[in-house]
Structure formats: structure tokens, C-alpha cells
Design a protein around this ligand. Structure first.
Ligand code: UDP
Ligand code: MG
Length: 323
């Protein structure tokens, strides 16, 4: 028998969770019938939800013994949720997907067909367009992928998603990357392996709301750049050298002007301009340095990536004790 673990990070998903469970079990039941060697487990990660997500997960665990869950002590973010899921999944294959049905479970049979013979280690969907997204957002996203792929050795595929069907081997490779600052689009790509991309049109959420604001996404893209590229550090050195060259040229011009043509230079305005420009440049470069330092600082602390407060095991044991 082969076990497939379906990992689902959930943050305030009370509206879609029941729908998701119905959909996914429909698909997995059909798959179990088509491929008798397949067994499934569903591992939900409750990422510190403030709504009834945890209660719903408990109810699902009561109803279906394939349902497992890990509930965090607070909101740690989706990256931590995925890490916890991969770490605790027991399957020979692991699927990562969102709870909001934007990653349609109907793709699973096709994904499995690519992975099962060992030709591919991972099957994933790739958005072919950005329908249903604002123009501004699409533009920023495009710029991000352009810059990112120019400055990083790790290829970040535009439109690639966290909807993945992976072999145990690939999952173990991902778990070996136990870094604290997790940027999974980069991590999935960094580990390599044969990846099959399945083109797909974006689907809207049937209920609930996205937890990503524009600002949140912007900060996330900066995280990504810093996690997978040191180019900004090189840029700051380059700016330093450039401003040295400019000032050197300016000095020569000023000296020639004064000596050869006897022109006097307006001291005050030029000085102020130069001071502003150079001090701005210096702060900018120190800032970049500081960003990398702060990331290093957090990594050296070796803080846990998530803290579990409750699991299905704990819940089931408690219930047994009571009865
Ligand atoms: N999510 C999470 N922790 C968070 C934010 C989101 O586990 O802090 C989950 C969320 O429940 C969903 C998935 O990550 O299953 C994707 O989130 P969302 O739909 O808000 O993002 P989008 O699809 O808009 O990128
Ligand atoms: Mg979503």
C-alpha cells in the first residue's frame, strides 16, 4: 500500500472547510477505487485561526479517522504551516494544497499519474494567466519575477503555486532545509528534482477572504529576494563605488574650473546637495546590510518554526480518557 498525505494549511477557513472536505474526499475515494494501492490521510494545520476552524477540525476528526490535525499556539504564517505539514506527514507521497478550493482537488488524479512511475518527483499547477487580479497587482507580480530571476541563481517560476504532489524523497530534501526565513517558492525550486507543470486557469475563492494584502505581498516578495539572493548587497557596494567615481570627477571639474577659468563655485548649495545624496546613499546601503544581518540574527537564534498547541492525537486521547 502507498499512503498519500494531503497537507492543508488553514487560517480562518470556517466557511470553506466543510466544502473542502466534501470535495477532497470525493476525489480521493474515486482515486482509491481506480488505484487500489492508494490510501489517504488528511493533515490539516490550524494556523492560529480566530474563528471556528479548530472546532470544525475536531468534528472532522471524530467523523473520519483519516483526518489528522495540528493546531498552532498562534498564527505563524502559511510557510510555517506547510513546514509543519511536511514534517508530520507520514505518506509515501505528500500533497500540499490550500483549503480555499483555489487548488482544485480534481487535479490530483492527473498529478498522481505523473508521479507514480517515477518519471517526475513532483507535479504542480502553474497559472497561465492572472485573470481576476487587479492590473496593478499583476504588474508588480511580473516585475517581481523579472527581478528575482535576474538576480538569483534559483529559478522562481512565474505562476507556480504551492499546490504540489511530491514524492517522499523530495519532501525529505525540503525538510533538510530547516531555515527559519522560509520562502517556499524558492525552496521548492532550490531542491531541484523533475517537476511537471500543469497549466491551469485561476479559480476564485468560493467563500471566506484572502489573508494577503498588497503590502503583505510586497513584504513577502522582499523576503523572497533576500532569502534567495545576495544581489542587493552587491548593489550597495556598486553604488558606493559609483558615488566615489562621481565625486572624484566633480572634484577634478571644480579644480579645473577654478584654476583655468577663475570661476568661483557656489559653495553652500552644492555642499548641501552632496551631503544629502551621500548620506542618503550611505543609509540606504547600511539598511540593506542591516536587513541581511537581521535575517542572520533570527537564523542563529534557532527558534522553532512553529509551536503546536493541540493535535488530533492529543484530542483523541483526551476523549478516550473521558469515556
Ligand atoms: N494560510 C495560513 N496561514 C496564514 C495565511 C493563510 O495557513 O497566515 C492558508 C489559508 O488558510 C489558505 C492558504 O494559506 O489555505 C492560502 O491563503 P489565501 O487563500 O489567503 O491566499 P491566496 O490564495 O490569496 O494567495
Ligand atoms: Mg487562496
Amino acid at each position: 500500500m502507498k499512503l498519500v498525505s494531503v497537507v492543508v494549511p488553514c487560517y480562518n477557513e470556517q466557511e470553506v472547510l466543510p466544502m473542502f472536505y466534501d470535495e477532497i474526499t470525493k476525489v480521493t475515494d474515486k482515486m482509491s477505487a481506480d488505484y487500489p494501492e492508494l490510501e489517504f490521510e488528511f493533515l490539516f494545520i490550524n494556523d492560529g485561526s480566530k474563528d471556528r476552524t479548530l472546532q470544525l477540525l475536531r468534528e472532522l476528526a471524530d467523523r473520519d479517522k483519516r483526518v489528522r490535525y495540528i493546531s498552532f499556539s498562534r498564527n505563524f504564517g502559511k510557510e510555517s504551516g506547510m513546514y509543519a505539514g511536511l514534517k508530520n506527514a507520514k505518506g509515501d507521497y505528500v500533497v500540499v494544497m490550500d483549503a480555499d478550493l483555489q487548488h482544485p482537488p480534481s487535479f490530483l488524479p492527473e498529478m498522481y499519474s505523473y508521479v507514480k512511475d517515477g518519471e517526475y518527483d513532483c507535479a504542480t499547477t502553474r497559472r497561465v494567466n492572472r485573470k481576476g487580479e487587479s492590473k496593478v497587482r499583476s504588474w508588480f507580480a511580473m516585475q517581481f519575477y523579472k527581478i528575482m530571476n535576474k538576480i538569483s541563481q534559483t529559478e522562481i517560476v512565474d505562476g507556480a503555486q504551492d499546490f504540489r504532489f511530491m514524492t517522499r524523497q523530495m519532501v525529505d530534501a525540503i525538510l533538510d532545509m530547516s531555515e527559519y526565513n522560509r520562502f517556499s517558492k524558492g525552496i521548492f525550486s532550490w531542491v531541484g528534482f523533475n517537476v511537471r507543470y500543469i497549466p491551469y486557469e485561476n479559480v476564485e475563492r468560493p467563500a471566506g477572504t484572502t489573508s494577503w494584502s498588497f503590502w503583505g505581498l510586497f513584504k513577502y516578495s522582499l523576503e523572497g529576494i533576500m532569502a534567495f539572493s545576495t544581489a542587493p548587497l552587491a548593489v550597495s557596494s556598486f553604488l558606493g563605488i559609483l558615488s566615489c567615481i562621481i565625486s572624484f570627477i566633480l572634484i577634478i571639474i571644480t579644480v579645473i574650473k577654478t584654476l583655468a577659468f577663475g570661476e568661483s563655485v557656489d559653495g553652500y548649495p552644492t555642499t548641501i546637495c552632496v551631503i544629502f545624496m551621500l548620506s542618503g546613499l550611505q543609509l540606504f546601503c547600511t539598511g540593506i546590510l542591516g536587513q541581511y544581518l537581521s535575517k542572520t540574527y533570527l537564523e542563529t537564534k534557532k527558534r522553532p518554526i512553529y509551536i503546536a498547541k493541540e493535535t488530533d492525537e492529543l484530542y483523541r486521547n483526551r476523549k478516550k480518557e473521558k469515556s
